[in-house]
Design a protein around this ligand. Structure first.
Ligand SMILES: [Fe+2]
Ligand SMILES: [Fe+2]
Length: 169
């Protein structure tokens, strides 16, 4: 963004900026997930993270479809929010000695990421609808539903599959 000029004037500009923001975020998440997969011990957790890594690749392709439908080249703009969430995830993971506690920490960090994504996609869908970009809504909705499912799966792993219990014992 320029210092002397404001790059975002219209709602369409704001929509595009947010699209570039989530496009950047998905790439950072794709880079960050393999490390979390390596660090995790619980089988349900590693399996879930691996499948979400695959989903994330698909989400990036869907975002590229959205750019295409809007007649724009896919491009990314730095998202300090996701950078911060990932930085904190790595810092906490590096500070946890016990492997069971580490699993609980990884679930928590990944849920922060999912909630961020859910917030972004929810907004993007509402803005796409308001702007009349009906042809991109289904791509964004598919991504949103995958983020919601990933978040639910993380809750299941933590609460029902014993990650939290094991970490607390
Ligand atoms: Fe995602
Ligand atoms: Fe996600």
């Amino acid at each position: 963004m320029g210092i002397f000029t404001k790059d975002i004037e219209t709602m369409d500009d704001l929509f595009l900026h947010s699209l570039q923001d989530i496009y950047y975020a998905e790439h950072q998440i794709m880079k960050a997930l393999p490390k979390m997969i390596d660090l995790a011990t619980n089988r349900d957790l590693t399996t879930g993270l691996k499948s979400h890594l695959e989903e994330t690749r698909g989400q990036i392709l869907r975002l590229e479809q959205v750019f295409k439908k809007l007649g724009k080249e896919p491009s990314a703009t730095t998202c300090p929010a996701i950078d911060g969430i990932i930085k904190e995830a790595n810092e906490v993971a590096g500070d946890v000695a016990d492997k069971d506690v580490l699993d609980a920490a990884i679930v928590a960090s990944c849920q922060a990421v999912e909630h961020y994504e859910i917030a972004r996609y929810g907004t993007l869908i509402a803005w796409a609808e308001a702007l009349g970009h009906d042809d991109v809504v289904r791509f964004l909705t598919t991504n949103l539903n995958e983020e919601k499912a990933a978040n639910t799966k993380l809750t299941t792993v933590a609460v029902r599959k014993g990650v939290n219990r094991k970490a607390a014992s």
